[in-house]
Design a protein around this ligand. Structure first.
Ligand SMILES: Nc1ncnc2c1ncn2[C@@H]1O[C@H](COP(=O)(O)OP(=O)(O)OP(=O)(O)O)[C@@H](O)[C@H]1O
Ligand SMILES: [Mg+2]
Length: 281
């Protein structure tokens, strides 16, 4: 597990205070180096650097509109940088790579296809052999707990859209999974259930993951590190290493270590340094 500890104190200082660029592990599975992106006149990403290890979950939090989705789209090869570089296993990203899967808030599932056909879609596009499609789709469906619902349509299941979206990404056996607020549009109970299901799935098949969320709790629960972005333009304000044991279950959210980290990320995000680590909530 890649658990690089970064200098959070200096990283949290204002960007114009001469802070050195964020340390990046050059041999990590994903390396983003000095990423800059503009939409017309709007500077969205500015000199943004980070890395994600081969079996590391990096959570990304930041204010609404700061550029989180844009960053994921760049990593996914859907947007091109104006400066800087993104590499996945050393390969420069200039277009979508088959080794990367993305899961968005709105999953873009085809409502007219049943679960099996939705999940098989990507493999069929790649013209994978029929037997391989059958095997991999079956495994992915089992992994996300949808066995028995293969012929159902996405809207027919509670939480079924999210699970199917996840299965559709996992079936590609990605080396990097990009998650953009995957659970933000669902009710709190289903969300909590799916968070732990995703953790269980990751335990079974660990891979590199970028997990964008607006929930500080979710960021800490999922992540090996939490990257806090500030905007605009988006840059890395702080990085927190999450030294919480895995596998993680519900008991972890009431542990002092979890509560302390949540507090630190809150201050990173809202720019209110806690005096002597004192709690303010
Ligand atoms: N295709 C586009 N053309 C022009 N501007 C865009 C485009 N996509 C996004 N933007 C702008 O870029 C900025 C960053 O958008 P982005 O969606 O990446 O933010 P975000 O951090 O994901 O926001 P949220 O938390 O609301 O999801 C915003 O100001 C947005 O209006
Ligand atoms: Mg977004």
């Amino acid at each position: 597990m890649n658990r690089s500890d970064l200098d959070v104190t200096s990283a949290a200082r204002p960007r114009n205070a001469g802070v050195p660029p964020m340390e990046v592990q050059q041999d990590a599975r994903l390396v983003v180096e000095g990423a800059c992106l503009r939409y017309g006149e709007l500077d969205v990403l500015s000199d943004l650097s980070l890395s994600v290890g081969g079996t590391e979950i990096v959570s990304i939090v930041g204010p609404s509109g700061c550029g989180k989705t844009t960053l994921l789209r760049c990593v996914g090869g859907l947007n091109q940088l104006n400066a800087g570089e993104i590499r996945i296993e050393g390969q420069r990203v200039e277009k979508p790579l088959p080794t990367v899967s993305m899961v968005f808030q709105h999953f873009g599932l085809f409502p007219w296809r049943n679960l099996w056909n939705n999940i098989a879609y990507g493999l069929a596009l790649r013209r994978a052999p029929k037997e391989e499609i059958e095997r991999r789709v079956g495994e992915a469906i089992e992994l996300v707990g949808l066995k028995g619902f293969e012929m159902s349509y996405p809207h027919q299941l509670s939480g079924g859209m999210q699970r199917a979206g996840l299965a559709r990404a996992l079936v590609m056996e990605p080396k990097l999974l990009l998650m953009d607020e995957p659970f933000s549009a669902i009710d709190a109970q289903t969300r909590e259930q799916l968070q732990f299901e995703l953790l269980r799935i990751w335990d079974a098949r660990p891979t590199a993951m970028m997990f964008v969320t607006h929930s500080i709790d979710e960021a800490v629960l999922m992540g090996d590190r939490v990257v806090v972005l500030a905007g605009r333009p988006a840059h890395v304000r702080a990085v927190r290493a999450v030294h919480l044991p895995r596998p993680r279950d519900r008991s972890i959210v009431s542990s002092p270590a979890f509560i302390n980290l949540r507090e630190q990320v809150w201050h990173d995000l809202f720019d209110q340094p806690a005096a002597n680590g004192a709690r303010t909530q």
